[in-house]
Design a protein around this ligand. Structure first.
Ligand code: AMP
Ligand code: ZN
Length: 471
């Protein structure tokens, strides 16, 4: 089966055919974090989803250029900057650094380009100038510049590509200046916002006077600068469909830089939300966990990544601690199976077991059917365990299975737990457990094993003796 994605633009599952099939390279843009605070696991669900799309395209042999912007000029940030009295960059830098730390803790591959809005003001102004010159944007009396939906539609544009809008309800000439608004408030939106006292020191000169860009135009300018005026894939969370992505299309196609007949973006993919007790995990509802909250509770980036990767990207998914415990247990099962395979395979290197790889890829080709992909992995774990127990798995078979797993893991990215040295205190507990076993005090030996597990260490009894592994 060929790779298929659900394209929000066509509201259907479509075969993925890159814009330029002769070239292997695929352009992928995912709206990045707003660095006004630490990102929560809901945000990371979207970034892990983007990472999965990129990794799977690479698995399929495509060369991907992955771009993720950093939103560092935006209403919420300016509000925080005002409250803290810090210069913009001083305020955003620690949150940006924390974001990348978390991003890597989740083993997300670094994008090839991570442009900051604050460093692309000239590109943004140039794009707005183009829109003004083409008659689809206008300067209001206060010096702000707005996108005219009416003029855009009049010039043959279509506003409402990702979402059906009721134009009867929209009154021409009405304007919305905030970065976020509902579809009921759809109106001419701000491209450039004239400086007001509340902006403090966050402003730049422009042909329309001092001010700052709106959030939507930032992504149009940065994505087209990095990937060209027309590219393959644009991703984000489902909350970005409207107005952010609708406005991005209007601005980017309104500027008319695309070759004739080519859209700004060919495939729009949106990830569903991470929920907590049925509600969207969000800062404003106060029901969120940052990645650091979860790491501090003793969960690993690997466990969190696994959990975020268990649900299909278009299905909402409830975050629970039981779910995280389940992730820990599932990874343990996988790790134990891999350890046995490694012992059997030794240093033997052979071709990957193609049946497993094919089954895995068959599932992911189907609009990233991750449950099917994990199903293939855990069926294989079950069969492998059985054959190991029956002593019917030989070294070449074990090596082929391991090679297949390594292929799969280029997509899943849950890897093996890091081999880290256990601290002396933990080693002492292991010695005590070994001594208890020798003395046939199995109750004490089991209690010590459980104690080690609670501290995040697993005892593996191998033919070469007991060893410790980080859970
Ligand atoms: P922000 O930092 O608010 O700009 O959001 C960064 C990304 O996280 C965007 O793609 C959002 O759509 C996404 N996002 C926000 N909340 C959630 C959530 N609860 N579940 C999944 N994605 C989310
Ligand atoms: Zn964006």
């Amino acid at each position: 089966m060929a790779l298929q994605f659900f394209n929000t633009l066509s509201r259907s599952v479509q075969e993925f055919v890159p814009r330029d099939p002769r070239r292997q390279s695929v352009g992928l843009y995912c709206c990045g974090p707003t660095v006004h605070d630490f990102a929560h696991v809901g945000n990371f669900r979207t970034f892990v989803f983007a990472d999965l799309v990129r990794r799977y395209l690479e698995f399929k042999g495509r060369k991907v250029r992955h771009v993720m912007n950093i939103t560092d000029v935006e209403d919420k940030i300016i509000r925080r900057v005002r409250e803290t009295n810090a210069p913009l960059r001083d305020y955003t830098a620690p949150f940006e650094a924390a974001f990348f730390q978390d991003f890597q803790a989740l083993n997300c591959l670094l994008p090839h380009d991570t442009p900051r809005a604050s460093e692309h003001i000239a590109d943004i102004i140039a794009l707005i100038e183009k829109l003004v010159a083409r008659g689809v944007a206008y300067r209001a009396a206060d010096g702000s510049v707005y996108f005219s939906i009416e003029k855009y539609q009049g010039a043959g544009g279509h506003y409402g590509r990702l979402l059906k809008l009721n134009f009867e309800e929209m009154r021409p000439g009405e304007r919305v200046s905030s970065d976020e608004y509902a579809k009921e408030a759809a109106a001419d939106f701000a491209l450039w916002k004239a400086r007001v006292p509340d902006d403090g020191a966050v402003f730049w000169p422009s042909p329309w006077g001092e001010g700052r860009p709106g959030w939507h135009i930032e992504c149009s300018a940065m994505s087209m600068k990095s990937l060209g005026p027309s590219f393959d894939l644009h991703l984000g969370g489902e909350d970005l469909v409207f107005p952010h992505h609708e406005d991005e299309i209007a601005q980017s196609e309104g500027a008319g830089a695309q070759p004739p007949g080519q859209p700004f973006v060919k495939y729009w993919l949106h990830g569903a939300h991470l929920l907590v007790e049925g509600k969207k995990m969000s800062k404003s509802l106060g029901n969120f966990f940052t990645l650091r909250d979860l790491l501090a509770k003793g969960f690993t980036g690997r466990e969190i990544r696994y959990l975020l990767l268990t649900a299909h990207y278009r299905e909402t998914f409830n975050f629970t601690f039981e779910g995280l415990q389940g992730a820990r247990a599932a990874l343990l099962r996988l790790d134990q199976c891999l350890t046995k395979l490694r012992e059997l395979a030794g240093n033997l290197k052979v071709q990957a077991l193609s049946a497993l790889v094919d089954q895995f890829a068959g599932a992911l080709d189907d609009d990233l059917n991750i449950s099917g992909a994990w199903g293939a992995v855990f069926d294989w774990v079950r069969q492998t365990n059985r054959r190991v127990d029956e002593h019917t798995l030989d070294a070449p078979e074990a090596a082929a299975a391991l090679a297949a797993w390594e292929r799969l893991d280029t997509v899943l990215g849950v890897g093996a737990p890091k081999e880290v040295e256990a601290p002396a205190q933990v080693m002492a507990l292991l010695d005590a457990r070994q001594a208890a076993r020798k003395a046939r005090d199995f109750k004490r030996a089991d209690a010590l094993r459980d104690g080690l597990k609670a501290k995040g260490w697993l005892i593996e009894d191998t033919p070469k003796g007991a060893r410790l592994k980080r859970i």
